[in-house]
Write a protein of this length. Structure first.
Ligand code: MN
Length: 180
């Protein structure tokens, strides 16, 4: 793909227009009569299971994923950088740990930057529709490592996809998700 910068229009169109849409459609069907009709996505993902959890999780995860990108990216602010350096040693160590955990996640899932009760930042691997919110961690940032997120553009080169995504990350969106 000649004009591929980070993720191609073809991947985005399938990923957002077909994969995410299917999760939204499934969730809208499954929620009827589930008792979760008036709950927000965060509450549904925190306390549901089975197909409802899988589809609600995938809707929430994809919203957090797509919302954090912008053409050309927005760099990390000074406060965020301070937290990253405090908890990972350096921005480079954080990026390295995040990419290693994304590349080594077996099968489909998501790699996350999350925040614990004490405000500490950690990187977690979650399988399938997993979200760190199920362990009471606050989800801040995520890279989708399901093959549908990168296979058209990168084939089996998941690491290359992971290391490209930083270029379009909007850190202002991620900073707004921090515990206040
Ligand atoms: Mn996806």
């Amino acid at each position: 793909i000649d004009d591929l910068k980070v993720v191609s229009a073809g991947t985005l169109s399938l990923h957002h227009g077909k994969h995410l849409k299917a999760y939204v459609d499934n969730l809208n069907k499954l929620i009827v009569g589930s008792g979760f009709e008036s709950k927000c996505l965060f509450d549904i993902v925190s306390s549901s299971e089975g197909a409802l959890f899988n589809n609600a999780g995938q809707v929430l995860n994809h919203m957090l994923y797509f919302e954090q990108f912008i053409p050309n990216g927005v760099s990390m602010g000074a406060d965020m950088k301070k937290l990253i350096v405090r908890d990972f040693g350096s921005v480079e160590s954080f990026v390295e740990e995040f990419e290693i955990k994304g590349a080594s996640l077996f099968g489909s899932g998501w790699v996350w930057l999350a925040q614990d009760h004490d405000g500490k930042l950690i990187v977690t691997q979650e399988s399938n529709a997993g979200n760190p919110i199920t362990r009471n961690l606050r989800p801040l940032m995520t890279f989708d490592v399901w093959e549908h997120a990168y296979y058209l553009d990168y084939q089996n080169r998941r690491s290359e996809y992971l290391s490209s995504l930083w270029k379009v990350l909007d850190w202002s969106v991620i900073e707004n998700r921090l515990r206040s």
